[in-house]
Design a protein around this ligand. Sequence first.
Ligand SMILES: O=P(O)(O)OC[C@H](O)CO
Length: 414
Amino acid sequence: VTEIQWWHAMTGANNDVIVKLANDFNASQSDYKVIPTYKGGYADTMNAGIAAFRAGNAPHIMQVFEVGTATMMAATGAVKPVYKLMADAGEKFDPSVYLPAITGYYSTSKGEMLSFPFNSSSTVMWVNLDALKKANIAEIPKTWPQVFEDAKKLKAAGYNTCGFSGSWVTWVNLEQLSAWHNVPLASKANGLDGFDTVLEFNGPLQVKHLENLVELQKDKTYDYAGRTNTGEGRFTSGECPIYLTSSAFFGNVKAQAKFNFTAAPMPYYPDVKGAPQNSIIGGASLWIMGGKSAEEYKGVAKFLTFLSDTDRQVWIHKASGYLPITKAAYAKAKEEGFYKDQPYLETPLLELTNKEPTENSRGLRLGNMVQLRDMWSEEIEQALAGKKTAKQALDSAVERGNQMLRQFEKSAVH
Ligand SMILES: O=P(O)(O)OC[C@H](O)CO
């Protein structure tokens, strides 16, 4: 039996999904054994994989969050592009069966798929419907001013430590916010059109939004919940009744929330012309590491085919809240009437396809993104702590970030 190591970053309900997929694949044939290993959060998993590659013992499959894409693309030799893997292994593979809004993110401009879009998500607004009722709020808020208003009412109704919050502070409040309002995060289509991109997220919209969060943080109408997704339990515990994070929070919400809930589209600022635009994808993709044997690659290719199966994709979608990655799986979920019962699982798909993507909303591809996000978060935290104004914090995040991008550009192999 040829062993295939799969390093991943999933916890809770989504870890259960990974384990079941590996077990089912292993039970479906006897030539290969996929062994999943949790390596910490997304940033830790990526760093562990890169270190292992340098030491000559990389796993076969590595789950890398969407914002690690530029780094992986630049790591020529360290990775085996998916389109090549499938061709070399003689595995049937048609990139056109996957949803273009998702695969575009992980493909070259020629349409060659570099990594396999295993778990794609988007940002949604999770809402505690019982809390809304308790605060006499009749409708789910659609705009940011309505969220602020409702969060104040929720506070008055007893949710006094957190009216609203969210995870992945930069993803939600810079990256998705910018795309959703059709303003640039960075030049060159947010880096998709070249590594010579410069950051541009210190514009009026992003500054105004951070000013709002800073102001609302003072009395806990908003309460910061951290850089990654570790604060998500504050929604399921009932503490924060409005919470912006990934659609893939679904498995844990379903298992843990003792209240009625839904996931609505991200709010928007109604004074921004044309908003809302479309959201961008989150989550992660599977990168196949270089330097393995033909036999091992054959097993990996078979596993990717196994993951692409329509029924399996529908199952992953229903269990986790990650998106169905193929057109057939999305159509099947619709046909089954799945979204009639659970309309909120379609929310991220509707956001992604809300409008034809623009240069500002196709996605983003910035090098050194793990470090960039940490530094952007640090600047946001300074603003929330009252040590800098929102404008100073975002100006500094842009300036420091541009230096990091230039370092990446110099070191990247083109
Ligand atoms: O929680 P996930 O897996 O949907 O990922 C959220 C963000 O996209 C991570 O960068």
